[in-house]
Ligand binder design. Structure first.
Ligand code: NAP
Length: 298
């Protein structure tokens, strides 16, 4: 198969590209900055320049491919790269371009817990794009993963424990959260792109562990040998400040809404049904932390 990956320089897109190339598929990796995808070119991918806010580039990117994996986002985008421009308008342009080019299957990466009245605007947008894709007439799969370990375990929590011994938890941090590794989301993306069982379905996926952020800190302490100094941003402060900041600091406001949701709503996932249908080994949070604390890339 010939597959276009949008977001090929991100955690999911890069790993999905690698797995597809290893499996013998032809990959077109779209990137805003092609130099960031040099590793994929070295592995045999065709690397092209493209941007979700440039509809003409999307038309070119979709020409001749069998399937598209949409794995880009701008949760924290500013300037011309607002979430509205990329996650909403950009994804509608991508779906339109795929349809016009005769693409046979479109895989969209949504998020677990998505719903039209979600408290986080970014996730309401995911719901809107799910609806747009379903009504586009394209064959589709929608993947709904939880928090990726690379971002939510390492970048946002553990990385600074390794470097400075300090970290910040937004909220109390005792709510159990399901985390999934990028490599495992990518396995599902490959299935979604190549296996007809996932045609025209939206599927919740997740990792093997439901751990609190405080549990994650303990794992970093165990594997780095450092006692962490943890600051907490109180949930009450975020609940009050989020809406106030919205007109002047929309990204900060969104992150506060996101953090309140993660800290106060049920974030657990049971993998039983998923693994019954798609048996696969899943990365444990403890193994992931052990790995990054040993100096391997997150
Ligand atoms: N991370 C999570 O915890 C999580 C959880 C659930 C669902 N998801 C969803 O999973 C998907 C992949 O997430 P991720 O964490 O792998 O992403 P990521 O690592 O944050 O990377 C984001 C990707 O989007 C690209 N991008 C941003 N703006 C773009 C634009 N205007 N045009 C083209 N590409 C653009 C980035 O390119 P540059 O390298 O040029 O910046 C990068 O390749 C996203 O749809 C995300 O919403 C993520």
């Amino acid at each position: 198969m010939y597959i276009l990956i949008v977001g090929s320089t991100g955690v999911l897109g890069r790993e999905a590209a690698r797995q597809l190339l290893v499996a013998g598929h032809k990959v077109r990796a779209m990137a805003r900055d092609v130099e960031k995808a040099a590793d994929l070119r070295a592995m045999g991918a065709e690397v092209i320049q493209g941007d979700l806010i440039d509809p003409e580039s999307l038309k070119k990117a979709c020409q001749g491919v069998d399937a598209v994996l949409a794995a880009a986002h701008q949760l924290m985008g500013t300037g011309k790269y607002t979430s509205e421009a990329v996650d909403d308008a950009g994804h509608r342009s991508l779906i339109d371009a795929a349809k016009a080019a005769g693409v046979k299957h479109f895989v969209y990466t949504s998020v677990i817990g998505v719903r039209p009245d979600h408290p986080v605007d970014f996730i309401r947008c995911k719901s809107k794009i799910e609806t747009y894709l379903k009504s586009s007439g394209l064959s589709y799969t929608i993947l709904r993963p939880p928090a990726f370990m690379e971002h939510h375990v390492h970048n946002l929590l553990g990385a600074t424990i390794q470097t400075t011994g300090k970290t910040t938890i937004y909220g109390k941090g005792d709510n159990p959260v399901n985390f999934i590794a990028g490599v495992d989301v990518a396995r599902f993306a490959v299935i979604a792109l190549t296996d007809p069982r996932l045609k025209n379905r939206a599927i919740d996926i997740g990792g093997p562990d439901n751990l609190s952020k405080n549990d994650v800190v303990k794992l970093y302490e165990k594997y780095t040998g450092r006692k962490a100094s943890v600051s907490h941003v109180p949930t009450g402060v975020m609940k009050v400040m989020g809406p106030i900041l919205r007109p002047i600091q929309p990204v900060l406001s969104r992150l506060m809404a996101f953090s309140v949701w993660m800290d106060t709503c049920d974030q657990r996932f049971d993998t039983t049904a998923m693994l019954k249908e798609f048996p696969m080994p899943l990365t444990r949070v403890e193994d992931f932390v052990h790995n990054v604390a040993s100096g391997n890339n997150s």
